[in-house]
Design a protein around this ligand. Sequence first.
Ligand SMILES: Cc1ncc(COP(=O)(O)O)c(C=O)c1O
Length: 389
Amino acid sequence: MIYFDNAATSWPKPPGVAEAMTHFIEAVGANPGRAAHRQAVESGRLVYGAREAVCELFHAPDPLRLVWCKNVTEALNLALRGLLRPGDHVVTSSMEHNSMMRPLRALERPERSSGGVEVTVVGCSPQGILGPAAVEAAIRPNTRLVALNHASNVVGTLLPVAEVGALCRERGLLLLVDAAQTGGAYPLDMQASQIDLLGFTGHKSLGGPMGTGGLIVGERVDETQLDPLIRGGTGSRSEHEVQPDFLPDMCESGTPNVVGLAGLEVGVRWVLERGVGAIRAHEVALTQALIEGLRSVPGVTVYGTLDPELQTATVSFNIDRMAPSEAGLRLDDEYGILCRVGLHCAPTAHKTLGTFPTGTVRFGLSAFNTAEEVQAAIAAVHQLAEGVI
Ligand SMILES: Cc1ncc(COP(=O)(O)O)c(C=O)c1O
């Protein structure tokens, strides 16, 4: 079996991830921050250790400004719904995942009490490239936030977040980045890129389990202006009926997923030990071979930049006269290659690329894939393309 669905969820996980989760269940088990006994203290230590690991990876200065969420979707909802007010304007790109687009579209609706937010979707090129000048041209007097993914989940194209970060500082705007596709796979320094809000998900290249993710809230964001998505027990300030007003507690109501965070810390430590630069170099080499190999197959169209330096290890393609769904089924059934087909929760991105409404076949590679697997997949696509009459 060849697992090429890492852009959705990575597999396998780094060594030690499953063991850390089992250890928590078998030997720790207690609720963090809710009691003073030794098991609760150990549970709290695990949660804090995961905070530190993620902050080290993204070069975020304060682990207590990281809010745990169950995934990046929740993190983006927290940032957008928590900060935006009627009359605010947001600039986003045409390469966004629905995790960004749908909360924004909901916030636009004037009939809702939270609605009345204005949204400009800046068009990207058919390769998914975003020009910072187009972002600048979209800024209005009421613009409050620029919200972008760091890399497309369809074709891997990297967006110029550092340039846009500099622009946002100059114009007094906040920058929200969805790092779902780059966290753990591409170097990302929150401070150097001047990112104010960073959403990440644990189950992709961070090597953690599903159910983990978060939002890092930069120092320029006034947390008193950030409305939590939910309110409830935090283990802190229990004498008050009202929600605490400090991070992270104000946005972390309810018992957290400590079993998941125990695994996430090991995944992120593995990334840190191996080095994001080394992981990136491995993935660039695989991506280069994959793009070149697929492009050499008659009847195959590869989308995106076609330049591994400008994208992540996610490659989208189509075989002439074969629906992506059929290609995906046959790759699984006949070759044991697991991938994802269709629109990948990003219809606007496919409109940008010219692949809407049928979508593409997507190979999402990870640090665990090999050059041999890439060659086997190219050979499989070759056979499928040859067989089309
Ligand atoms: C760019 C991007 N944003 C958001 C998401 C949503 O991630 P999650 O399901 O972990 O919230 C994904 C995952 O597919 C993604 O690739």
